[in-house]
Design a protein around this ligand. Structure first.
Ligand SMILES: Nc1ncnc2c1ncn2[C@@H]1O[C@H](COP(=O)(O)OP(=O)(O)OP(=O)(O)O)[C@@H](O)[C@H]1O
Ligand SMILES: [Mg+2]
Length: 280
């Protein structure tokens, strides 16, 4: 049976009396799932990420993580099982050296400095940035800061990882290695929640997508059917990936039958279509 790891029930969140950022959101995430939250600027993705991590408490409704409400005192003991990478990496970096930022949460749990540093170097190696360990976080490039902030969230071996716009400003190689790393961690049991408007990377990162618009979830479903639904994405001021849009035009001409969500998917469709046309 599937275990619900996050349960969101009728959640509303207001920053002030007339600024309601989340308006009645409900959904569940099962252990080991990879879920995307897709939506345009201002939809409420980052606010929802903060609510899921228990860093914000709902104005009304409940967020339950591991069956415990983020409002309860008991939740404090579970906090370290949730890793969150903020949209702005600078919000996570405040020490003079990268290694001190990455090891901070371990040292905060009372783990001795030597072990905390060793574990931090391990994570930095996994992310391919061990060479940055003695640098000042403030003097790194944006993409480097982003990867250091991911290391900060992973160092505690969280059971749930929430990534807010993880691919923003990452170069192609860094994007690929991030995708490989989170998928590897997911195979080892990590539950993954990714908030983004990057439709190109989404099929590589998640299997199910929630679409947010104006603080509400307007639709949800498997990643392929959601991100190839032009009409639905248009409602959220988004559009399908370039490869999907190309195939939509080919399909309208009757040249292919299916619309892919990724290049790998497109290759399989073309291979099938062309080999049947060539009689192979
Ligand atoms: N600290 C804040 N104080 C007041 N209003 C805020 C604050 N942070 C966000 N908001 C407002 O809440 C709404 C949702 O913002 P949020 O940052 O959650 O959107 P988002 O989907 O993450 O957008 P983006 O794609 O630009 O990151 C917006 O109207 C925003 O202006
Ligand atoms: Mg955001």
């Amino acid at each position: 049976m599937q275990e619900t790891i996050i349960g969101v029930e009728g959640v509303e969140y207001s920053y002030s009396a007339n600024l309601e950022a989340i308006r009645g959101v409900s959904f569940e995430v099962n252990r080991g799932e990879r879920v995307g939250i897709l939506g345009p600027n201002g939809a409420g993705k980052s606010t929802l990420a903060m609510l899921l991590a228990g860093l914000f408490v709902p104005t009304s409704g409940d967020v339950n993580v591991f069956g415990v409400s983020t409002r309860s005192n008991e939740f404090e003991h579970l906090r370290s099982k949730i890793g969150i990478v903020f949209q702005d990496p600078e919000d996570m970096l405040f020490n003079n050296k990268v290694i001190d930022d990455v090891s901070y949460s371990l040292r905060n749990l009372g783990i001795d400095k030597e072990y905390a540093n060793r574990r931090s170097v391990e994570i930095l190696e996994l992310l391919g940035i061990a060479h940055l360990k003695d640098r000042s976080p403030y003097r790194l490039s944006y993409g480097e800061k982003k990867r250091v902030s991911i290391a900060c969230a992973l160092v505690n071996s969280p059971e749930v990882l929430i990534l807010d716009e993880p691919t923003a400003n990452l170069d192609l190689k860094s994007r690929r290695s991030l995708v490989e790393l989170v998928n590897l961690l997911n195979k080892q049991g990590l539950t993954l929640i990714v908030s983004t408007h990057d439709v190109e990377v989404l099929p590589d990162l998640v299997e199910r997508v929630l679409i947010m618009e104006g603080g509400k979830i307007i639709s949800e479903g498997p990643v392929k059917s959601i991100i190839t639904d032009e009409h639905l994405l248009d409602k959220a001021s988004l559009e399908p990936p370039a490869i999907s849009r190309l195939f939509m035009r080919l399909k309208a001409r009757g040249l292919v039958q299916d619309v892919p969500s990724s290049v790998e998917d497109a290759f399989l469709i073309l291979e099938k279509t062309l080999s049947s046309k060539c009689g192979h």
